[in-house]
Ligand binder design. Structure first.
Ligand code: NAD
Length: 365
């Protein structure tokens, strides 16, 4: 155990708690009906991606007479056209509440509708993205992704049902899990870092890092799945409570510029972003070392996904070779807080390594 004074010294801090109700377990979907009743909802629209329409129908069966159909059109990066189509259904059917089953894409659609209507949301996450615990919404319009934070988009109820994560393909589980680890890693060196969030972040990193190899060995290992979902929940709280830095901003830029897949991009960038920041974040490094049981956390965060079959090169994920300069320019033209100041040469080196899927290089300052 670390005393607060040891980690935070005499630094003061602020802790903002996002209110929300969480149910966690195996078979918790059975509580959906009573949650709908508790919120007094009578016309609930169930949201999903086209790939998870079956799960959406399962939710309507749980909700019973208070369900008012399914909209299975959610897409990655929350395109505004999809939200507009869903909004027409909401208006036509007099919808008074939303239930979303799926990953960050489906949660994003629920949040986008809530932003426009303030309808209550019950979210049933089936990946480790963590969006359900944040008041953040990223929407894409005319090829540009704009992110905002608004308390209206924070889901009222989150039902974590481990059973629904058993079908998440192993490769997606690995990258989604690393996406969660990235939230926790950046929370440890956030400008708003605080002792409560740091406890959750350290726990999330360690639990997820131990769960993923077990899921890789046996995709339906219910205990490993429960651990991963628990870690994802904690990591989601981290993401929703403190600001993010270089890693998340780079992933956002790369995703928007080259339409790279979300979780996979996070997996490929994380070791490099941490290696860059590591000299400036001794307290965070101490926690990450302890969580990963490794003296070299950026190396460990490279070796872990590699050992689980993840693609670590941005080229392999679809980034064009000549793309580096535009990412460097975007990162420097739109300055944001980072524990270590950014410069073009270091960013270029970081992105070259990530493009090639090379090991991270620890920076010296
Ligand atoms: P996703 O929601 O796009 O899911 C990927 C695919 O996997 C989809 O086809 C989905 O239907 C399917 N899937 C999900 N769970 C499954 C399961 N258990 N079994 C089988 N198939 C399953 O992927 P994601 O990584 O969860 O979310 C990415 C999106 O979420 C991005 O748009 C990202 O920007 C957003 N996001 C937002 C926040 C936030 O706080 N606003 C946080 C994290 C991610």
């Amino acid at each position: 155990m670390i005393a607060v004074g040891e980690v935070f010294g005499m630094r003061s801090f602020m802790y903002n708690m996002n209110a929300g109700r969480v149910l966690f377990g195996a078979g918790t979907l059975a509580s959906l009906k009573s949650e709908v009743e508790r919120l007094g909802l009578n016309r609930v629209l169930v949201l999903a991606t086209p790939q998870q329409e079956k799960e959406a129908l399962e939710l309507t069966r749980h909700i019973g007479a208070r369900a008012s159909g399914v909209f299975a059109g959610a897409q990655m990066h929350t395109p505004v056209e999809v939200t507009t189509a869903a909004m027409s259904v909401v208006k036509e059917r007099g919808i008074d509440g939303l239930a979303a089953v799926g990953g960050g894409s489906t949660t994003g659609l629920a949040k986008a509708i809530a932003l426009r209507t303030d309808l209550p949301q019950i979210v049933v996450p089936t990946t480790y993205a963590g969006s359900e615990m944040t008041p953040i919404l990223g929407e894409t319009e005319d090829g540009k992704k704009v992110t905002r934070s608004d308390p209206k988009v924070l889901p009222e109820v989150v039902i974590y049902d481990v059973n629904l994560t058993l079908t998440l393909p192993v490769a997606m589980s690995v990258t989604s899990g690393m996406n969660a680890v990235a939230h926790a890693v950046e929370a440890l060196y956030a400008r708003e870092a605080n002792p409560v969030i740091s406890l959750m972040a350290e726990e999330a990193i360690g639990v997820m890092a131990r769960a993923l190899p077990r899921i890789f060995e046996k995709a339906d290992d219910i205990d490993a799945r429960a651990d991963a979902l628990y870690a994802a929940w904690l990591a989601g709280i981290c993401l929703g409570s403190v600001g993010m830095a270089l890693h998340h901003k780079l992933c956002h830029t790369l995703g928007g510029m080259f339409n790279l897949p979300h979780a996979e991009t996070h997996t490929a960038i994380l070791p490099h972003a941490l290696a860059f920041n590591s000299p400036a974040i001794p307290e965070a490094m101490m926690r990450i070392r302890r969580a990963l049981e490794s003296d070299d956390p950026s190396d460990a965060l490279f070796v872990l996904p590699v050992s689980l079959g993840a693609e670590m090169s941005l080229s392999g994920l679809g980034m064009p070779a000549e793309g580096i300069e535009s990412v460097v320019a975007a990162a420097l033209s739109n300055p944001y807080w980072n524990p270590r100041p950014l410069d073009a040469a270091s960013l270029r080196a970081l992105l070259r390594n990530a493009r090639d899927g090379a090991k991270p290089v620890r920076a010296d300052i």
